[in-house]
Design a binder for this molecule. Sequence first.
Ligand SMILES: [Fe+2]
Ligand SMILES: [Fe+2]
Length: 198
Amino acid sequence: MSKPLEDAFIDELRDTYDAEKQLVKALPKLAKGATSEELRDAFESHLEETRGQVTRLEQVFAALGEKVRGKHCDGIAGIIEEGASILEEDFDEPTMDACLIAAGQRAEHYEMAAYGTLVAWAKALGRDEAAELLEQTLEEEKAADKKLSGLAEGGINDEAANSQIDNAQIDGERPQPRATARGRTTSTTRRAPARSRR
Ligand SMILES: [Fe+2]
Ligand SMILES: [Fe+2]
């Protein structure tokens, strides 16, 4: 007999449970690779949130009367692998931060897609308690994504773009000033704000 949506729902939950557990291991690496303190804090606080999401999924399994079980999530494994290869690159600090944000946002969007589906299926199946729990996590993923966008657009991308200009000047080139995301033109002599490394 062919399997119903309920089975696909449980499968997707197992996949997502495994994805969250992979992220609990990966997020400390992203945090460690970040130079911006705000970015590091963002990864660290999302790590705490992610641990809570693992627990929340266990509550979902309990609400459904299912055993807690994960199933290897290839999708997030690929995203994490790409993030890890960024850390191997020799980017300047603000560029590395910009790349870590890009990697983090790929993971958040993957999760948003997964939880969006899970919430919709839980509702369609009349699993209201599960839907409510999954919705909480969906909102956390959206907020984490928004926070990363805020950090990128609120300075890190500009710093990365300007540090390239600074480097070129050191090399004796004469690059053109660049317009920032806000439409200003930056001075080529402007140094990125002081950054601290722990
Ligand atoms: Fe998550
Ligand atoms: Fe997340």
